[in-house]
Write a protein that binds this ligand. Structure first.
Ligand code: NDP
Length: 393
């Protein structure tokens, strides 16, 4: 029986993963080792009971009592806190879903690579913060990392059977989010609720707002570099409002291989769950005649500077990715707390990257976890300071 663990089980990707696990036989077909969540311990316990998990872990020690209570009478062990998450990742499994949101997903992802097996990676932040480290750890322990982000799954699928060396560019698409056609003045007045209302995809609040600011696309550009080894100048972004074409790979002969699919994460999750096979999946079959038109346009980097910042981060290298991700997460916290306006997020991130670079904090010939965590911490502090200053002006 295939052993699985799901980190971030109570989130949007986690629930979609469990939907597929359930449809493919649930506890009859899979032995669930660990399920993890954050504050939603009621749901975590429900899922753990349903899948008969060995252990359920909440990220927050103050939620342990409630989790224990919700699991009473079941055979599932309860645990809490970041160390418990890492220890759950040490338990050997064949397939792990990494779907915690944010840099908090890095350590569990890294630790799960140590027992080999497959890591299905939705947590793009871990590659942005520490791509070289993740990849080296996978090689060292004979583990396989499969992409779950729809764009990277699309690239991965377009590269199947191809000579990677003959791929000369990748194009990842962005819907443009709810603010695609908003003016700068409208963006300045945007609320978190408006920013989280994605037109095509149903996702967690944070990634939805990152989609509206194109910070999500910026992370994905860096993820494409780390995952597939494309050079920064080989990675392009196109705004594609229909979210049907997820990515294209351009080959040396001028041909482009596009991957098309419905805006349903169960396609990419299901692909990673069944790879190298393709399972029948419960997703909509596209009717292109009904869709009629597929549009593409260049992103507006004036209104959405995140794409430009991603290029600068890739050119900078070293610890720039870790600082960028942490600054972005802290800027999003400040926006959610109504301390800064929507466009200020990019301003704060750019200012903090500049400060850290000038102070030599982004330079490092090698990447290790301590260095990544130190720059992450610093970037969060600096961004909170920058946000307070910006908010007062
Ligand atoms: P959600 O916000 O829906 O879910 C996040 C999960 O992480 C929940 O289980 C949450 O627990 C848990 N969590 C929150 N904070 C912490 C923490 N500090 N430590 C440990 N666990 C925590 O996010 P999504 O499912 O949307 O996204 C998850 C990841 O997948 C992100 O990296 C995102 O970028 C990526 N991704 C998501 C896509 C999507 O369609 N949603 C598409 C492509 C990539 P709880 O809810 O119980 O508090």
């Amino acid at each position: 029986m295939r052993r699985i663990s799901i980190f971030g089980a109570t989130g949007s990707i986690g629930e979609n993963t469990i939907d597929l696990v359930r449809r493919q036989g649930g506890p009859e077909a899979f032995r669930t080792v660990a399920l993890t969540g954050g504050r939603n311990v009621t749901r975590l316990a429900e899922l753990a009971r349903e899948l008969d998990a060995d252990i359920a872990v909440t990220a927050y020690p103050e939620c342990l009592g409630a989790l224990r209570e919700a699991l009473a009478g079941s055979r599932t062990e309860a645990a809490a806190g970041p160390e418990a998450l890492a220890e759950a990742a040490d338990r050997p499994v064949d397939w792990t879903m990494s779907a915690i949101v944010g840099a908090a997903g890095l350590v569990p992802g890294l630790r799960s690579l140590r027992h080999g097996g497959t890591l299905a990676l939705a947590n793009k932040e871990s590659l942005v913060c520490a791509g070289a480290l993740m990849m080296a750890e996978a090689v060292r322990h004979g583990a396989r990392i499969l992409p779950v982000d729809s764009e990277h799954s699309a690239i991965f699928q377009a590269l199947q059977g191809e000579d990677r060396a003959r791929a000369e560019r990748v194009i990842i698409t962005a819907s443009g989010g709810p603010f695609r056609d908003w003016t700068a003045a409208q963006l300045a007045a945007a609320t978190p609720e408006q920013a989280a209302a994605h037109p095509n995809w149903v996702m967690g609040q944070r990634i939805s707002i990152d989609s509206a600011s194109l910070f999500n696309k910026a992370l994905e550009m860096i993820e494409a570099r780390e995952f597939f080894g494309f050079a920064p100048e080989q990675i392009e972004v196109l705004v594609h409002p229909q979210s049907i074409v997820h990515a294209l790979v351009g080959f040396a002969d001028g041909g482009l291989m596009a991957h098309l699919g419905p805006a349903d994460m169960r396609h990419a999750i299901g692909y990673a769950l069944s790879w190298p096979d393709r399972a029948a999946l419960p997703v909509e079959r596209l009717d292109l005649a009904r869709i009629g038109q597929l549009e593409f346009r260049a992103p507006d980097e004036m209104r959405f500077p995140a794409v430009r910042l991603a290029r600068e981060v890739m050119a900078r290298g070293g610890l720039a990715g870790a600082a960028f991700n942490a600054a972005k997460e802290a800027a999003l916290d400040a926006f959610l707390a109504a301390e800064i306006r929507f466009p200020d997020m990019a301003g704060c991130v750019e200012a903090v990257l500049g400060q850290l670079d000038a102070a030599g904090n982004l330079t490092s010939a090698t990447i290790d976890l301590d260095k990544v965590q130190a720059v992450d911490h610093l970037a969060r502090l600096k961004t909170a300071e920058a946000a307070r200053k910006t908010g007062k002006n």
